[in-house]
Structures are given as C-alpha cells and as structure tokens.
Ligand binder design. Structure first.
Ligand code: 4NP
Length: 157
C-alpha cells in the first residue's frame, strides 16, 4: 500500500479537491487496495469545515463529490503515517519542512514537482473568482493523473 497526503494552507480549497480527484482516479484504475490518500492544511482556521463551495462545485461539474470531506490540520503523525506528503505550493512546502521531523524530509515534496517533474505552485484560489477554481482543477487533474502513473509504474514492476 502506498499512501499519500495532499497539503495546502486551509484544507478547504486545493487539497480536498486534489484528494477527491486522486481518489476518483484510483477507483477508476481499480487499485484502491494499493493506493490511499488523505488531505490536510498547515493552518487551523477552517478545521472541521466542509470544502469551499467553489471547490465542491468544480468537483461536482466533473462528476466528483467532495462535500463530505472535513478540514483538518496536519499532525506530527502524518509525517510517518504517509509515504508521500505533497505540498500544493512552495509556502506549504516550506511550512511542512519546518513542521516535520528531519527524518521525513525524503517524503515531503512539491506536488507538481513530484507528479510531473515540473516545478509550479498550485495557486491559492481563495480570494479569486470561479476561474481560479477551474484552473486549479485542471492543474490538479493533470498532476493526479501523472502521479497515479508514477505510483503504478513503481508498484506494478
Ligand atoms: P486552501 O485555500 O489552502 O487551498 O484551502 C485557502 C483557504 C483559506 C484561506 C487561505 C487559503 N484563508 O486564508 O482562510
């Protein structure tokens, strides 16, 4: 089993959307028994809240229901429980490297870097309009598809 946690700032916009997309792709591939995922935020402002309605909406437009997810903050255990800790942007990456034990360094990566080999932040869409969420969805979908291929190549061979 390979486990992945996606991390952003609030765990209400980007990372729950990423979790929903990745879970859907894993299910489609029929490998739920081999790959699992979760999401969390580096901040605590939205703990217990459902995802932002704009994330719920863009997910729903693409056939994915994320309305039952609830925000939580990253905890120390996450750095040992998950094989991969993937940060949505470089601020999240910096915060995770500070929060986690030095022994977890090899598990913590920038999502886009690890998934596609290209360094790019998944931009925080919180203060923008619906276009931002569409853009984030597309980035996350591309990254998740690529991440899944990468994990499958590793676990199948
Ligand atoms: P997220 O977006 O990190 O993608 O969940 C944000 C959500 C809330 C805030 C910032 C970013 N906030 O400042 O409350």
């Amino acid at each position: 089993m390979t486990s992945v946690i996606f991390v952003c700032l609030g765990n209400i916009c980007r990372s729950p959307l990423c979790e929903g997309i990745f879970r859907a792709l894993v299910r489609q591939a029929g490998i739920e028994d081999r790959v699992s995922c979760d999401s969390a935020g580096t901040g605590a402002w939205h703990v217990g809240n459902p995802p932002d309605p704009r994330s719920v909406a863009v997910a729903r437009q693409n056939g994915i229901d994320i309305s039952d997810l609830r925000a939580r903050q990253v905890v120390f255990d996450d750095f040992t429980r998950f094989d991969l800790v993937l940060a949505m942007d470089r601020n999240n990456l910096r915060d995770l490297r500070r929060l986690g034990p030095t022994s977890a360094a090899a598990r913590i990566h920038l999502f886009s870097d690890f998934a596609t080999g290209r360094t790019a932040d998944v931009p925080d869409p919180y203060y923008g309009g619906p276009d931002g969420f569409e853009h984030v969805y597309n980035m996350l979908f591309t990254g998740c598809a690529s991440l899944l291929e990468k994990l499958r190549a590793k676990t199948v061979s």
